[in-house]
Write a protein that binds this ligand. Structure first.
Ligand code: NDP
Length: 324
């Protein structure tokens, strides 16, 4: 019998149970996917812990690379045996096998390995919308990115560097600083030891930055706003340290007529066409060698709880994979 991680009640990592599951035939528009590698993302923690409420019971995981084992009615663009990946499943991917809407899948080219494919979709497409759509990073920009040695962070640093930008990044340790530097982060700042606003002021000689990419939330707010130029853009796209508490919007006026957005991947990859275009961009960056997906941690699927503990404890760098 196939198995999956199942959560019946939101809570600590231990709520993730390794259970037998039954998979029926794929419905219209769906395919049955046999997992080859599964991506772990911070959003999985938000869903498991209850910060982002989920219908219960549920199987976490929005990102997977697998092989198609069965094809439902009406599916014309995929066939049995195709190697495919998704980063927009939403949930359900911590499973040895699953049925999934074929509109969420892209074919994986031969030169991209299973681990890379599983790790590149959600984080890669996130970077795509952050630096190609929300704010178009260009070669004259100096940008600030928090958690620069994380999964999203390492991809963002490399991609922005390839665009010619100067990248300032915050990280939690000297080891992470070295890793970020090796992946395009020109100025790593160890924000646990240094005041990152002062460092940004020094690095930019007082000019500050036009955009801050902030996935930390509570822990870096409102200091992130102090790193921006007048009319700069605050992109708050995650809450690794907890959500930003409610605040008076006039703070944006006081700090320089700032703009703010709280984007999410699902509103950019909102149609199969948009998703494929974004995934295509990611694959182009990987094939060119400009972006390397660093899968620095692998766990067996049944050990998903350990992966969550390590990610939440800031013990990981780059991307994390579960092996079925
Ligand atoms: P990361 O690999 O970046 O892990 C999170 C990192 O955040 C940690 O390694 C740590 O790095 C830093 N951090 C700072 N404070 C804390 C804290 N209190 N607890 C835990 N971590 C902390 O994760 P991902 O690459 O999976 O995701 C990065 C962020 O991007 C997440 O916030 C996620 O929610 C967001 N995201 C948003 C999307 C969207 O559509 N809006 C889509 C995808 C991701 P350090 O030690 O260096 O500080």
């Amino acid at each position: 019998m196939p198995k999956a991680i199942v959560v019946e009640k939101a809570g600590a990592p231990s709520v993730m149970k390794w259970r037998d599951i039954e998979i029926g035939r794929p419905a219209k528009g769906e395919v049955t996917l046999r997992a080859r590698a599964i991506g772990v993302n911070f959003i999985d923690i938000y869903q498991r812990s209850g910060l982002y409420p989920m219908p219960m019971p549920f199987t976490p995981g929005g990102e997977i690379c697998g092989e198609i084992e069965a094809v439902g009615a009406g599916v014309t663009n995929f066939k049995i045996g195709d190697r495919v990946a998704t980063g927009t499943a939403g949930a359900g991917c911590y499973s040895e096998i699953l049925n999934i809407d074929s509109g969420k899948l892209v074919k994986v080219p031969r030169e991209i390995a299973d681990d890379t494919a599983a790790a590149m979709m959600l984080q890669g497409m996130t970077v795509q919308f952050l630096i190609r759509q929300v704010y178009k990073v260009s070669k004259n920009d100096v940008i600030l990115v928090h958690a620069a040695a994380g999964g999203v962070g390492l991809i963002l640093c490399q991609w922005a560097k390839a665009l010619g930008a100067t990248v300032i990044g915050t990280v939690g340790s000297p080891g992470k600083a070295r890793l970020a530097k090796a992946h395009g982060c020109d100025y790593p700042i160890i924000y646990s030891r240094e005041n990152f606003v002062d460092r940004v002021r020094k690095i930019t000689k007082g000019a500050m930055v036009p955009v801050v990419y902030d996935s930390i939330g509570k822990g870096t707010f409102p200091a992130s706003l102090d790193c921006l130029q007048h009319r700069g853009l605050f992109v708050t796209f995650g809450n690794a340290s907890g959500p930003i508490p409610p605040f008076d919007p006039s703070i944006l006026a006081q700090k320089g007529s700032l703009m703010m957005t709280r984007p999410t991947l699902f509103h950019f990859a909102d149609t199969p066409e948009n998703m494929r275009r974004m995934a295509g961009d990611v694959m182009k960056m990987i094939k060119s060698g400009d972006v390397k997906i660093e899968v620095n941690h692998k766990y067996s699927l049944r050990e998903a709880a350990r992966a969550h503990r390590d990610l939440a404890a800031r013990k990981t760098t780059g991307s994390i994979i579960l092996e079925p």
